[in-house]
Design a binder for this molecule. Structure first.
Ligand SMILES: *[C@@H]1O[C@H](CO)[C@@H](O)[C@H](O)[C@H]1NC(C)=O
Ligand SMILES: *[C@@H]1O[C@H](CO)[C@@H](O)[C@H](O)[C@H]1NC(C)=O
Ligand SMILES: *[C@@H]1O[C@H](CO)[C@@H](O)[C@H](O)[C@H]1NC(C)=O
Ligand SMILES: *[C@@H]1O[C@H](CO)[C@@H](O)[C@H](O)[C@H]1NC(C)=O
Ligand SMILES: *[C@@H]1O[C@H](CO)[C@@H](O)[C@H](O)[C@H]1NC(C)=O
Ligand SMILES: *[C@@H]1O[C@H](CO)[C@@H](O)[C@H](O)[C@H]1NC(C)=O
Ligand SMILES: *[C@@H]1O[C@H](CO)[C@@H](O)[C@H](O)[C@H]1NC(C)=O
Ligand SMILES: *[C@@H]1O[C@H](CO)[C@@H](O)[C@H](O)[C@H]1NC(C)=O
Length: 552
């Protein structure tokens, strides 16, 4: 039985009791994310689609970003990805971007690209939202041929003018660890190693700094995210980049790493086994904290706020399955649930911000910004994962940050739970912790469409099981009798690609162009009561629930 939940689910659900779990009493010292924890990385070649330009701003994208800003804090936008390292500048080109797709290199994005001055208009399309950006400069060709280096000389002044007051950091090069081995075509010889990388990175970033000083008076001296590696075990490794002197100018302010759980065409990839799998998510994320700890011993435990020489840890680019995602998996509600688990787990182990990557027509995108011959404009399932994460990491009373911790469950890899605590005295008194929220993610798959394709409903779907999770919250200072707010992330099943809501709200394009619309076929306003120091909630398979304590 689903107390006050979605009507259509209540009839069929069978309930099983899961165990009772202890919510940590105290805030996790390393789990406090930065503002804009829910952020995006937009493929360089798709940025004009996502943002539009001065005469045609993309207000749909603006609406979706505004929703997240309202729920939590404004997302940060990294403009970059593989295509940043293909883009050459043509001062005489009227169009923002001209790209040629070579299917043998990638069917999903152009690998031959020129941008004109109009490209930089896209940084001006969401006034009032307070979005901060990074512009990804081309290192792939910048260190390979003279036109690439000329692009850097030409575009730094344009970028610093367009981004005046709007940058959060700077970036030179995407995934340099793959430059000599890339499946999309290498841009460095096999001798490419950490020493040559550091030499070229220093040369260019010093040039960027000098050019900004000359061309953009009043702009703070550029500081960078780096190394933006694709992984932890490729030809070049961050663990050797630091000793080779990457941060010798002491200008790296964010340690950015990239992650995908697996590949779109990797053998054996399934929704349940690869994405709706908390064990797999932990293993994937843990590889990065291990690398970071090896470079900056002890820094993560200190909450990422070490000296200038220990840049905090972020995912500068990440998503479910590389090669732009797999239809039926990356675009499903199951992937949205994966996104909630991935983001909150990352927060709990010390990631300060997570930029979910997307590009036009990509299968893992949070939204399709424009209609193309491959896909229609629309809000996609993964966006609702961002919405739930934003609600969970929202500062308490607008400016008191929360800290995310994992709540240990049993051995079932198809479930996960997190707590959000805060310090009632704000940033000052760190001894006292109060529980703000709990998120439970039930990752057991449940299908209601033909072949799990998300398109055509099956006539008689199997009963949807619901599990009762009980949390001992007395240790975290929650009093008996307290009313706890319940907000659900719901869809018909893990295979749904639409009809998704968080707390009854839809952000679909077809309803109001991405602005929030309250649906009337989903129950909202549910509460549960704390009894005997415990609180219980039923969570249907393939859904998540957020509990809010003390009106947080
Ligand atoms: C601005 O965007 C519109 C719509 O996509 C397009 O037609 C126009 O050419 C763009 N302007 C520039 C300068 O790129
Ligand atoms: C430029 O890239 C090509 C591969 O496209 C590579 O063979 C060559 O060594 C690179 N040149 C430099 C200077 O890195
Ligand atoms: C990179 O290669 C050069 C030339 O072989 C070598 O001197 C240098 O030590 C190498 N650097 C690293 C970090 O392996
Ligand atoms: C920096 O890189 C450019 C392009 O490869 C090159 O022309 C220049 O000589 C380099 N400068 C230094 C100081 O290495
Ligand atoms: C979840 O991932 C772990 C680690 O890769 C794996 O051992 C396990 O079999 C996966 N679970 C399922 C249901 O596939
Ligand atoms: C859902 O459908 C997919 C695709 O047919 C299948 O692989 C998966 O096992 C199904 N999951 C459940 C829980 O029935
Ligand atoms: C979800 O299920 C309900 C009830 O079976 C059905 O009416 C509705 O069309 C489904 N939604 C989607 C998006 O398939
Ligand atoms: C609720 O309504 C929305 C919009 O019409 C639809 O997409 C969704 O499938 C409905 N949900 C259920 C469970 O019927």
């Amino acid at each position: 039985m689903l107390s006050g939940g979605l009507l259509t689910l209540a009839a069929a659900a069978t309930v099983v009791a899961a165990d009772t779990y202890n919510v940590p009493a105290k805030a996790n010292p390393l789990g406090e994310p930065f503002d804009g924890f829910v952020s995006y990385s937009l493929e360089f070649s798709s940025f004009p689609d996502f943002a539009g330009n001065k005469s045609h701003p993309n207000t749909f994208s603006g609406n979706l970003l505004a929703n997240l800003a309202r729920l939590s804090t404004t997302p940060y936008i990294r403009v970059g990805g593989n295509t940043q390292d293909y883009a050459l500048f043509d001062a005489s080109q009227a169009a923002a971007l001209i790209g040629t797709v070579d299917p043998s290199r990638s069917p999903d994005y152009p690998t031959t690209i020129t941008i004109g001055p109009a490209y930089f208009e896209s940084y001006a399309t969401w006034p009032g939202l307070g979005v901060r950006f990074s512009h990804g400069f081309n290192m792939g060709l910048g260190g390979n041929r003279s036109a690439g280096w000329q692009t850097l000389l030409d575009t730094v002044p344009l970028a610093c003018r367009a981004l005046k007051g709007k940058t959060y950091t700077w970036e030179y090069g995407n995934e340099p660890d793959l430059f000599s081995t890339s499946a999309q075509g290498p841009v460095r010889p096999p001798t490419w190693n950490e020493s040559t990388y550091v030499e070229q990175w220093l040369n260019a970033t010093r040039h960027i700094r000098e050019s900004v000083r000359k061309n953009c008076h009043g702009t703070a001296s550029p500081r960078f995210m780096a190394p933006s590696n694709a992984g932890v075990s490729n030809h070049l490794k961050a663990t050797k980049m630091w000793p080779a002197g990457l941060n010798q100018d002491n200008d790296i302010e964010l340690f950015s790493t990239h992650n995908y759980i697996s590949g779109a065409t990797s053998p054996g990839v399934t929704l349940q086994g690869t994405l709706m799998n908390h064990t797999k998510t932990m293993l994937s994320v843990d590889a990065h904290t291990k690398e970071y700890d090896a470079i900056f011993p002890g820094a993560r435990a200190a909450g990422g706020k070490g000296s200038d020489k220990t840049p905090p840890l972020i995912f500068g680019e990440t998503n479910s399955l590389y090669n732009q995602g797999k239809p039926g998996l990356s675009n499903s509600f199951g992937a949205a649930l994966w996104g909630v688990d991935f983001n909150l787990y990352s927060a709990s182990v010390g990631f300060k911000r997570v930029h979910m990557h997307q590009g036009t027509n990509y299968r893992y995108q949070a939204w399709q910004p424009v209609t193309t011959d491959l896909d229609v404009v629309g809000t996609k399932a993964p966006y609702y994962g961002s919405v739930a994460v934003a609600a969970m990491v929202r500062p308490v009373k607008k400016n008191t940050p929360v800290s995310i911790s994992a709540i240990p469950l049993g051995s079932d890899s198809a479930e996960a739970a997190y707590a959000a605590h805060f310090h009632p005295a704000g940033r000052k008194n760190r001894d006292e912790s109060r529980l703000a929220r709990v998120m439970v993610i039930n990752l057991h798959g449940y299908n209601t469409t033909v072949g799990g394709a998300g398109l055509e409903p099956v006539l008689n779907p199997p009963a949807r099981m619901s599990r009762t999770y009980t949390f001992a919250v007395g240790g975290a200072g929650v009093k008996d009798g307290a009313r706890v707010g319940v907000q659900r992330l719901l869809a018909n099943g893990s295979d749904a690609i639409t009809g998704i809501t968080f707390d009854g709200w839809s952000y679909n394009w077809d309803l109001d162009h991405g602005k929030p619309v309250r649906l009337h076929n989903v129950t909202v306003g549910e509460t549960v009561k704390v009894k005997g120091g415990q609180v219980s909630v039923d969570v249907p398979d393939s859904s998540a629930v957020m509990l809010s304590f003390g009106n947080c």
